[in-house]
Design a protein around this ligand. Structure first.
Ligand code: 5GP
Length: 189
């Protein structure tokens, strides 16, 4: 997506070879007009997949996921981080490893919001090591629903995520694919 690539070049900050900071338009301050365009893009990529729900993980996925759900006119379900499942047995839970924070956390979803046979589209801000997508995949499996699409705003193609997910034959679309990052330099695939 050209507009997104231009914005990444203008405002993205490559902190090092692994981490891209996009807090001025995606992760902290949100450019709502850009999100609207991102919603349009994901809508055209997934409109024929009979999507019943969009899901994402709090917090950075919410803006692009909301923009997509409103275009598809379906509910958005936000997978929660770090909720204890001891007090509530009506939750699907799985452990995800965070690339940026280097910690493990739970993602959870109330069982009433993921129903058997629903077609699910997972939207997230970044694809790095693929752990977030795998977590969403596992929750969908637990709920017996179908993960029919994965929409990623920024894929770091030089990290293992994309390759790791290949075996699962998921329908993944990334709007910007980065081949190389180095301090002050961003190169697209
Ligand atoms: P993964 O699960 O694919 O390893 O990492 C995806 C998650 O890590 C995303 O939801 C995102 O929040 C975070 N993440 C991974 N790489 C980056 C990065 O370069 N910049 C930012 N801002 N977040 C990242």
């Amino acid at each position: 997506m050209k507009l997104l690539e231009e914005r990444i070049l203008k405002d993205g900050i490559a902190l090092n070879e692994n981490v891209l900071k996009v807090d001025s338009f995606l992760n902290h301050q949100v450019d709502v007009n850009l999100m609207d365009k991102i919603g349009d893009e994901f809508y055209s990529l997934f409109k024929n997949k009979n999507i019943d729900k969009v899901i994402t993980i709090e917090a950075s996925g919410i803006a692009p996921a909301y923009a997509t759900a409103i275009k598809l006119n379906v509910p958005l379900v936000i997978l929660k981080k770090n909720q204890s499942n001891i007090l509530n047995s009506n939750l699907y839970t799985t452990v995800v490893h965070s690339f940026t924070k280097n910690i493990d956390y739970n993602i959870t979803c109330s069982q009433k919001f993921l129903l058997p046979n629903e077609n699910i589209l997972f939207i997230d801000d970044f694809l790095a090591n693929g752990e977030a997508v795998l977590g969403a995949y596992r929750l969908c499996k637990m709920a017996n629903c179908n993960l029919v699409g994965v929409g990623i705003v920024i894929e770091k193609s030089f990290q293992p995520g994309r390759k790791k997910l290949e075996n699962l034959k998921l329908n993944i679309h990334s709007l910007a694919r980065i081949e190389k990052l180095s301090k002050g330099e961003i190169i697209f695939k």
